[in-house]
Design a protein around this ligand. Structure first.
Ligand SMILES: [Zn+2]
Length: 169
């Protein structure tokens, strides 16, 4: 059941529990309810509250899961809006349209994540040979070295993002 329906049903249950409790209180004030009937009514009130509590806890978990999914989709949407595609790979543009990359198109298409390819070698023609880090079908890319600042100008700040197999020489 969707969380909104659960919340609505639970609120209805709480209102009827409250009405039941108020009715019980009035009869207790007037001292016109047998002790056993009062006890049974109180149990009914508590059962209703407990049922509503359980349903609301489930609804809360469902709402948290929905919020996480919304965040995932929003992040993926924002990443997609920044994506550029050229030279057989993907790039990520910042607010000033400056591109960072390259990113493996196969990994992105399969997982929706921006994954840097792994450096393999520099070629005499001024290109870098890169390969898919997840090794999807041994996919390689040949990209102009001057476009690949991440690989050709290693910085300490990049170390955490650099593929493990890549070594600074
Ligand atoms: Zn890949």
């Amino acid at each position: 059941m969707d969380p909104l329906t659960v919340i609505t049903t639970s609120l209805r249950g709480l209102v009827s529990a409250k009405n039941l409790a108020n009715g019980l209180l009035e009869r207790l004030k007037k001292n016109d309810i047998p002790r056993d009937e009062a006890r049974m009514t109180m149990i009914e009130v508590l059962d209703s509250i407990q049922a509503a509590q359980g349903a609301l806890i489930d609804a809360k978990h469902a709402v948290v899961a929905m919020q996480e999914r919304v965040k995932e989709l929003t992040d993926a949407h924002e990443l997609l809006a920044r994506r550029r595609e050229h030279d057989s790979v993907y790039w990520l543009a910042d607010q000033n349209d400056k591109e960072d990359g390259p990113y493996c198109p196969t990994c992105w298409d399969l997982t929706g994540k921006a994954v840097r390819p792994v450096y393999r070698s520099a070629n005499d023609d001024g290109t870098l040979l890169l390969r898919c880090g997840a090794n999807h079908a041994n996919i390689t890319f040949r990209v102009a070295q001057q476009m690949c600042g991440f690989y050709s100008k290693p910085r300490v700040a990049d170390a955490a993002h650099r593929p493990k197999s890549w070594r600074v020489e």
